[in-house]
Design a protein around this ligand. Structure first.
Ligand code: 13P
Length: 282
């Protein structure tokens, strides 16, 4: 199975020179590694520049607004992301839920908008506390809320990231067996709402203190299709090693094609070339 590694840089680093240096160093190290898909999610301000300069590299956004255009100060639209050659969008990260007041309803609208635009939505779910004994119920509640009203066909570009909040940025990753249980619950909820085929085809990632030391334990679980990586994606040598180890697991488990090409933007067909991600200006 081809594993998916998402580098979520969050609000780092603090200047363009460092960001460019980090990306160049990582790309230099991972460009010859086969069998794994790596998606970089830098802050919005550098996305366009990086995605036009660095090819072929997959880029993701850390958020998006659900409305397509208009008077929404500070927000970024899906068309803007598409013209910036973005193929993936993280939605409902726990840091946005906690610090920006993002609600289940906002997450639902964002997931629907991303999928309708033909981009891949990386939906984040996870419980708050390590002591919680209702993890399955929390995951079910978050998934049902986020996927409400979606047609089965639109889930072809859905990725779910299980990120227990207590494991994020703490250095205390979950165990791979717990992460696998969560992945099984996630697929069960999707199966019950949609069907078995959809449930099996949705990639499920683990996120929360992932490092080069523990990546193999997570990815060796066949039900875990990749990782959403925060802190470790900000250190070039650490991230390169993490990707190298992920690729080794990926190759040993066989191949699964994940959607990585930039999809066609809605209503803009003329001049659009499949797979290049270069969009004509309307
Ligand atoms: P850390 O890898 O720093 O724990 O962050 C995880 C995360 O939130 C990725 O989205």
């Amino acid at each position: 199975m081809r594993k998916l590694i998402i580098a979520n840089w969050k609000m780092n680093p603090q200047n363009y020179a460092e960001a460019e240096q980090l990306l160049a160093a990582v790309l230099g190290g991972v460009k010859r590694i086969r069998g794994v898909t790596v998606v970089f999610c830098p802050p919005f301000v550098w996305l366009t520049d990086f995605s036009h300069k660095m090819r072929p590299v997959s880029f993701g956004a850390q958020d998006v607004f659900w409305e397509l255009a208009g008077a929404y100060t500070g927000e970024v639209s899906l068309s803007m992301l598409q013209t910036s050659r973005v193929s993936h969008v993280i939605v409902g990260h726990s840091e946005r839920r906690r610090w920006l007041g993002e609600t289940d309803e906002m997450v639902r609208r964002k997931v629907a908008a991303v999928l309708a635009a033909g981009l891949t939505a990386i939906l984040c779910v996870g419980e708050e506390s390590r002591e919680q004994d209702n993890v399955s119920a929390v995951l079910e509640q978050q998934l049902v809320a986020a996927l409400g009203g979606l047609a089965k066909a639109s889930l072809a570009r859905l990725v779910v990231a299980y990120e227990p909040v207590w494991a994020i940025g703490t250095g205390e990753a979950d165990s791979s067996s717990n992460a696998l249980s969560a992945a099984i619950t996630i697929r069960k909820v999707i199966r019950d709402r949609f069907d078995q085929k959809v449930a099996q085809s949705v990639p499920v990632l683990y996120g929360g203190s992932v490092s080069s030391e523990n990546i193999v334990s997570f990815l060796s679980e066949e039900g875990i299709d990749g990782a959403l990586v925060g802190g470790a994606s900000l250190r070039a040598s650490e991230f390169i090693e993490l990707v190298r180890r992920a690729a080794a697991v990926s190759r040993s488990q066989g191949r699964l094609k994940l959607p990585v090409s930039t999809p066609r933007p809605p209503g803009r067909t003329a001049g659009w070339k499949k797979g290049t991600g270069v969009q004509p200006v309307a």
